[in-house]
Design a protein around this ligand. Structure first.
Ligand code: MSP
Length: 567
């Protein structure tokens, strides 16, 4: 079934929809930036891309937060939503849509989805008795709590508080006991179908470690899931069960289809759904894989809809060994960091220094190191040297060179930058398609480092001196250098500078998914148009695309060096 996602003409990708109880933090920004980089790459690579993010606005936690503030839940979510929209805009997130679960398009879709699951015989009513974590909006079975208590005893950690109340295995906060007449989803009926789906679609859960985790969970047997709540009303009302609202996770997961037209009466939206679904990839954190890899595909199967193509679970960002979160008080604001490192510097650090899929330790110290080494000293410095030399030695224009002379100089001097650039698209695209940003960007950084070395090796300043001397000699002898049969020093200088500028143009394209602003800036300084335009990244990054004669602007340093002690 995931093959359908592969064949789909559209490339649809999503982030989780975030809870509105908090403001955007490094964790939520991480998932969003990662998805944004892939969306930008897919667009540049010529695919009809659709990138969705949004907000999870229902549930008991939101209802409680609103009550504590003395406002209605709707007023509360309306006051938080702009903070997410602003933060994503500030971080250059290029989402095509932003869904909020309180929107009518979503509510209607959720109701239709419930009806479909019920019509197919997968919903029944029963009494739920068990534990629930409101901050995590998660039910815990007795087995899960017993496992947690046993593990906590071994590690010497508490599994109950002083009053004896059981604690949440995920967040450590006290659990609530819930006893309600609820609707249940027959999740247990999907064990074999899910296992068959994982088997037939080995790429469905990435990375491998998460796949194994999900496989062993599902092999252990699935219990039916309570999917409605009756003790509060801040949720989507279930049409056939008065007094019941949807369990917030079920409501939230359905966003991935309601946003692209599921449940709509409008034929245009229906066609959009047919075109976009199944999506290519859901980006999630590793904490929410069971919802995305077990419950969500089972829900879709129950409603007769194809499961998604892939769920890619990234790891946690850790500060001093601890998961960064609001409840632990160690969350830093992404916008504060972006002020120091620039938006692009921020995005580059998180996507390249942490291997996507694994947990990663992050620190201010390391951010400064990576920023200075890769961006200030390597990429930024290369651009500034190249633009300055162009201004000084070539009257600020991309040098022109006769094709014949260029061919001869390539033979004579070699062209290591063109050689390296040639195989780069394949390496880069392979890594991007595998959602391995570190490898993709390490490959581009190789060209960057090679270009800096090329400047040292080819010494344009010496060539410029030689060219001046040759011109003087020719003038004194009354001959024109245009008639020279062998390449002159001026030809060599043009050749070398062109190669450097052309490799910068190519790198700007490859860097654009992660650093869209500086790439656009570099394109501007090279006198080029839209970095995201063009007809496919492969064609755009082919050697020789930089037009001679373009005016080159020096500009301010792209990434001024940072000193940690001054931060
Ligand atoms: N609302 C649900 C998702 C519903 S999707 C149908 C939710 N929201 S959340 O606001 O908690 O955000 C979840 C996302 O933020 C997850 O992808 C999660 O892993 C990510 N992060 C939160 N803290 C994180 C870190 N410290 N590190 C990396 N990402 C983490 O869950």
């Amino acid at each position: 079934m995931a093959d359908a996602a592969a064949e789909n003409s559209s490339y649809y990708l999503t982030t989780p929809i975030y809870y509105v109880n908090g403001v955007p933090h490094l964790g939520t920004a991480y998932t969003t930036i990662a998805a944004d980089a892939l969306a930008r790459f897919e667009r540049m690579d010529g695919r009809d891309t659709w990138f969705l993010t949004g907000l999870d606005e229902h549930g008991q936690k939101v209802a409680q937060a609103a009550e504590a503030k003395g406002v209605s839940p709707q007023e509360w979510v309306d006051s938080v939503a702009p903070q997410f929209l602003d933060a994503w805009e500030a971080l250059s997130i290029s989402n095509d849509d932003f869904i909020r679960t309180t929107e009518q398009r979503h509510i209607q879709g959720v109701q239709r989805f419930f009806e479909q699951m019920r019509a197919n015989g997968y919903i029944y009513q029963d009494t739920y008795e068990g534990f629930y974590c409101v901050p995590e909006e998660t039910f815990f079975t007795d087995e899960q709590l017993a496992d947690f208590a046993a593990a906590a005893a071994v590690e010497g950690c508490p599994s109950t508080d002083e009053s004896g109340a059981k604690l949440c295995p995920d967040c450590g906060r006290p659990l609530s006991f819930v006893q309600e007449d609820n609707l249940f989803f027959k999740l247990s009926a999907f064990q074999d179908r899910l296992l068959a789906y994982y088997e037939e679609n080995p790429g469905f859960i990435c990375p491998e470690i998460r796949r194994n985790e999900v496989l062993s969970f599902v092999r252990g047997g699935l219990k039916d899931l309570s999917i409605s709540r009756t003790t509060f009303n801040w949720g989507v009302p279930i049409p056939f069960a008065p007094g019941h609202v949807s369990y917030v996770w079920v409501d939230a997961l359905i966003n991935y289809i309601t946003a692209v037209g599921y449940g709509s009466d409008d034929p245009v939206k229906q066609a959009e759904f047919a075109k976009r679904w199944p999506c290519q990839v859901h980006f999630v954190g590793k904490d929410i894989i069971r919802f995305h890899c077990v419950i969500w595909p089972a829900m879709l199967m129950a409603a007769g809809i194809e499961p998604p193509g892939k769920v890619f679970a990234h790891g946690f960002l850790l500060t001093k060994g601890e998961k960064m979160s609001k409840s632990k008080g160690n969350a830093t604001s992404p916008l504060e960091l972006a002020k120091i490192f620039s938006v692009d510097g921020y995005r580059y650090y998180f996507l390249t220094d942490v291997q996507f899929g694994a947990d990663g330790s992050i620190s201010l110290e390391r951010m400064v190191q990576v920023y200075n080494a890769d961006l200030a000293n390597s990429w930024g410095n290369l651009c500034s040297r190249a633009f300055n030399m162009t201004s000084k030695y070539c009257a600020g224009r991309v040098p022109e060179l006769w094709e014949k002379t260029a061919a001869r100089l390539t033979q004579e001097m070699g062209n290591p930058l063109a050689e390296l650039a040639e195989g780069l698209y394949e390496r880069y695209a392979r890594a991007m398609n595998a959602i391995d940003y570190s490898s993709a960007y390490a490959a581009v950084m190789e060209l960057c480092d090679r270009a800096n070395l090329y400047i040292e090796e080819s010494t344009p300043w010496t060539l410029a001196k030689q060219a001046a001397a040759e011109a003087e000699e020719a003038a004194a002898a009354g001959v024109s250098l245009d008639d020279a049969t062998a390449p002159t020093a001026a030809d060599r200088l043009s050749f070398v500078l062109y190669n450097i500028l052309e490799s910068i143009r190519i790198m700007a394209l490859f860097f654009a998914p992660v650093m869209p602003n500086t790439s656009a800036e570099v394109f501007g300084r090279l006198g080029l148009g839209d970095v995201f335009g063009g007809d496919g990244l492969q064609a755009a990054t082919r050697w020789g695309g930089l037009p001679a004669g373009n005016e080159v602007i020096i500009g301010e340093p792209l990434f001024p060096r940072l000193k940690e002690e001054e931060l």
